[in-house]
Design a protein around this ligand. Structure first.
Ligand code: 16G
Length: 160
């Protein structure tokens, strides 16, 4: 099945524990949705809709969904997304956003969250973003500060 992005973009200087591998999301990774349900509401998405959304993300060329696969079970046990936004400001610069960081509850305590964040920060630097940001719950601020972020602007949202 096709990958969302060229896997050569993944950093090779970050060590992955034995039995696991890091790779781009693939078009047949329907199981990714089960993992996302541990982050927030996913609702019902069938395989056709999954593939349509994958195709749209691939066409956009700015979605880097990285998954951590348990090799034996082929299960996706962690994932995180880097999204690249095109700008006019900062000399037609690019802004990076980290989204949908999730690690399977039974895989906690293995520093997989740290691993995924390090990988995406490296990729963002390689791509050449002028700034990288994310939104998180208050209690996760100390965790994210370890990767170089600082609490700066306020984040406002509205729900529909
Ligand atoms: C968190 C996530 C965000 C995700 C949102 C979903 C990180 C760093 N942040 O803010 O990416 O989209 O949760 O929650 O992973 P929602 O369903 O309330 O929007």
């Amino acid at each position: 099945a096709p990958s969302l992005f060229d896997e050569r973009l993944l950093p090779n200087n970050i060590s992955i524990p034995d039995g696991f591998r890091l790779r781009p999301l693939r078009r047949d990774d329907f199981g990714y949705l089960e993992l996302l349900k541990q982050l927030t509401s996913v609702g019902f998405i069938n395989q056709l809709e999954f593939r349509k959304r994958f195709d749209a993300m691939k066409r956009a060329k700015s979605y880097y969904v990285v998954v951590l696969e348990q090799i034996g079970s082929s299960k996706i046990v962690g994932a995180a997304t880097l999204l690249i936004e095109f700008k006019y400001i900062h000399e037609a610069g690019q802004r990076g956003r980290i989204e949908d960081v999730v690690v399977d509850a039974v895989m906690r305590g293995k520093k997989f969250g740290v691993l995924l964040n390090e990988v995406l920060v490296d990729m963002a630097k390689l791509i050449g973003v002028y700034k990288l940001s994310l939104e998180c719950k208050t209690e996760l601020i100390p965790f994210y500060e370890k990767f170089g972020y600082s609490k700066n602007l306020h984040f406002l949202d509205q729900r529909f």
